[in-house]
Design a protein around this ligand. Sequence first.
Ligand SMILES: [Zn+2]
Ligand SMILES: [Zn+2]
Length: 343
Amino acid sequence: MTQFTEREFAAVLHGPRDVRLEEVDRPRPGPGQVLVQIERVGLCGSDLHYYVDGHNGPTVLDTPTVLGHEASGIVVGVGDGTPPKLLGRQVALEPATSCGVCVICRGGRSNLCPSGTCLGSPPTNGALREHVVIEHRLAHPLPERLNPEEGVLIEPLAVGCWAVHRARVATGHRVLVTGAGPIGLLTAKAALAAGAVEVTVADVHPHRLELARRLHPGPVVDLSTDELPRTGFDRMLECSGAPSALEAVETLKPGGVIALVGVPQRRSVAPLGYVQRWEVDLVGCFRYGPAAFRSAIGWSGTGRVRLSGLVTARFSLAHTGEAIETALTDRTQLKVVVQPNAA
Ligand SMILES: [Zn+2]
Ligand SMILES: [Zn+2]
């Protein structure tokens, strides 16, 4: 018996600055999977890297790929053995998978699994299309108070929650966040939710600083003109990837922790003498480990983290190229989203 296959649109990246709206088969949910109608897709630094350079760090776009790993939507179909109560629920998609059986996964470090995949990371297609099929346990129901626009920020907030976990941010800490992009501001929110008494956000770009002054409830420092306070920070969460940001490690208190969240250049220079002398712990953060996604949903569901006001521009799927260009060039934007099912 032949089954009628529905068609839909996807934004497919073929190479640098070559994104095309194409007709593709609508996917069908298999056992344990759900079909999600995508409402919002957030554009992120990695999407921009694939668009401009055709690669993101070592991951190369060598086959046409649908980008997008920050997504919210509505469950409109379930496969065999999938809880039917998910039908109709608004969800945030957890984009990364792991094998679950290797030594690394079994050791609780599933985000480092060598055979892991991620939506929108070539060759795995992402969410810049009308529907996505995903394992039901990766479609997290959104709390009532969150709308799809806030739901799309759960994924980048999970990055911040993981950074806070890795850096062991605790009650009463004074925290420095370098980099005032979406990840920096969401990481600052996660640090406050984890009990930090004060979070200072630092950057050098005027528009980023302006957004930070508007959206961040603590001190904002312009590192191009001002010095950081010498009173010392307990924790530093580096979210810029800028080589100069690492200088700020010298403002950490003895025994402090610096977490690298932003992607640094391959050979970055840092004041390691200070790290050695004052026993600073330096930790890396890759996406997020187990439970960070649930913390992000929990904290935003109770209002401990507020996600309103961070989305600053919206585009239709047909205008995905324009959306990416805007995210690249318009420094007044914070989070640019695509709405694949908007009328
Ligand atoms: Zn992202
Ligand atoms: Zn594994």
